[in-house]
Design a protein around this ligand. Sequence first.
Ligand code: NAG
Ligand code: NAG
Ligand code: ZN
Length: 526
Amino acid sequence: MKIEIFCLILFFSNSFCEFRFHPRKTKEEIETQRNGLDPLGITLDDFSEIWIKRSQDYINDRLNYQNNNGKAKNVIFFLGDGLSLTTTAATRMYLGGEEVELSYERFPHLGFVKTYCVDRQVADSACTANAFLHGVKNNYQSLGLTANVSRTACTFTDEDITYSIAKWAQDAGKATGVVTTTRITHATPAGAYAHSPHRSWENNAAISSTCRNDPNSRVTDIAHQLVYNEEAQKFKVILGCGRREFLNTTERDEENGAGRRTDGRNLINEWLEERNKVGNAQYVWHKQQLDEVDVQSTDYLLGLFENDHCMYRNDIRDRNLLRQEPLLTDMTRIALQMLQKDENGFFLLVEAGRIDHAHHSNRAPQSMDETAEFARAIELARSLTSSEDTLIVVSSDHSHVFTYAGYPVRRNDINHIAGRGSDRRPYETLSYSNGPSATNSFDSDGYRRDISNDIFGTSRRAHQSLVPLSSETHAGEDVAVYADGPWAQLFQGSYEQSVIPLAMAYSAHIGPYADSSPINPGKEEK
Ligand SMILES: *[C@@H]1O[C@H](CO)[C@@H](O)[C@H](O)[C@H]1NC(C)=O
Ligand SMILES: *[C@@H]1O[C@H](CO)[C@@H](O)[C@H](O)[C@H]1NC(C)=O
Ligand SMILES: [Zn+2]
């Protein structure tokens, strides 16, 4: 206690305190850190007044905030795949400084969700999608089915099927849509429309041979389900990537990428035929076409912009492909235009799916870049809608083994060195407890590799990790939920991930809370 008061007095000559509470830094380390230091970062905000003032502004904002108990006409759910709290914190630095607020951090209500699945402590993106879209936790790698169905099963009963909030919205007469930066048949978007024991059954050839050879199999591939499932047929807008799942191996897509199917089908053409039976359908595969879509006359829009996943934003920029490849923000804008035509309101799922993929490769800079784009898409969606009638909920499916560590000085380059280990070698502020970089993180003598002369900050740089794995893993701690709009206050607290769609449904009077639903507890209208 005494020493803390002493430190406070010695605030401006705090080398003693630093020695007392933090590991001593070498001159060289301090020099390294100061090189990345923005001199503005250590000026005024070290004095007390500005902190008190900022806090008072914050509290005044809270005092003036009124909960919105109205009915949500529209609901937008933004899912940052693998968006851990560490990822959000690191992205603040990536965007300019420790005090930066990402768009969703300004939302008035915040909670934490537990992400475990029925059979796994640490979840994948399929079972979590079932929790945050269907309200039912299920098995690792399963979609749209209860935990009664194993991920290798080929049959299931009607009672085993669960339905997503997209269907709840459709049943209430609302328009629906899905946007993602992954293959549209990947776990998170498929969570909105597919029922598949295993998430990897994205095309007919990917289904397990057991099920392919089982005459009683009830399994169909996820791309097929996007064309023929009842809930998928109603999507007004579907934007993402992964054309390969829709085409035969003998077929090439518009950019000469090969298909993966072996049943001879062209499901993109089938989608067009099916949707054109009931409205005006359009398929686009590059950004210019997307920009030129006549939103008013188009009833159904499908955009598939890559053969596999969409490109990382930094690759699109570095390769000068902004005219060809839409960013998440571009897709979100068109999706909102398509859905806002509906007088009954809409439900839209938007996924930034590659925050996760970059983490799996230990590429922290790329992950932060994807997160920055995610934040921009949310900001855009908020600016194009009103918080009076549109609930926006932002969350993640699971965390990653990604840490933000050491005692770097203020404004230290987030992609750079934080300090030295007791092995006398430098370590980065951002690192991982496992992943592919581990094989390059140690010398043959078992010591950590000396990274002093590495080039930091490039988008593809893999940060150091400990346990070698071909793909870095998810992590099991809670993720945050940020909410703004009608009934955003429901998202406060610490709760199960499966609460999320129920709370969204409550705000919009859909699904289990539809005005016509027998279990609707009878909400008070504003
Ligand atoms: C669980 O699965 C079994 C085997 O398919 C099926 O007979 C049973 O009806 C299912 N139970 C429920 C509650 O869905
Ligand atoms: C589709 O691909 C399979 C296997 O690669 C091939 O045998 C078949 O002939 C193809 N079908 C068509 C219609 O091209
Ligand atoms: Zn993942």
